[in-house]
Design a protein around this ligand. Structure first.
Ligand code: CMP
Length: 138
């Protein structure tokens, strides 16, 4: 059993497809063990994405992530980190396989509907960024 962090980004929240995206997780064996809708501020977005701080897209990424509320959740299941990334599809929706979340709901590489932890190690860091242990329920 693994846990991973999912963020439904501002573009998908604005499109009113939170439920459709959560259904992808539940229908594919992932359980939502924590969830909240929040508005990130600049400092939080910069800290969350600090791994990308030297990338040319960092400023736009932060600006986008604070452009509206997001839904953060902790997903639990067998091989959850990989399974979530399979369900999301490629970072660039134009390269995402048909039937993936990004192929179905994302516009472009900036507004790409969802974020998911890319490793078990980062999943733990990212979950702790948003949730206290007593906010996670099986
Ligand atoms: P995410 O999985 O949230 O991780 C970092 C985000 O940066 C990524 O999704 C994209 O939305 C965004 N991004 C913008 N340009 C790029 C790029 N060239 N390569 C990777 N990520 C990018």
């Amino acid at each position: 059993m693994q846990k991973t962090l999912s963020i439904i980004k501002p573009d998908a929240v604005k499109k009113n497809v939170i439920g459709k995206i959560l259904d992808r997780f539940e229908s594919n064996g992932l359980k939502i063990v924590a969830m909240k809708k929040i508005q990130l501020n600049q400092n939080q977005a910069e800290e969350f994405y600090q791994i990308h701080k030297d990338k040319p897209f960092f400023e736009d990424l932060v600006k986008f992530m604070i452009s509206g509320p997001v839904v953060v959740s902790v997903l639990e299941g067998e091989d959850a980190v990989f399974k979530n990334r399979e369900l999301m599809g490629a970072t660039n929706p134009k390269e995402a396989k048909a039937g993936t979340i990004r192929a179905d709901f994302a516009e472009n590489i900036d507004a790409n509907a969802v974020h998911g932890s890319d490793s078990l190690e980062n999943a733990e860091i990212e979950i702790n960024f948003f949730f206290k242990t007593d906010e996670i329920y099986k």
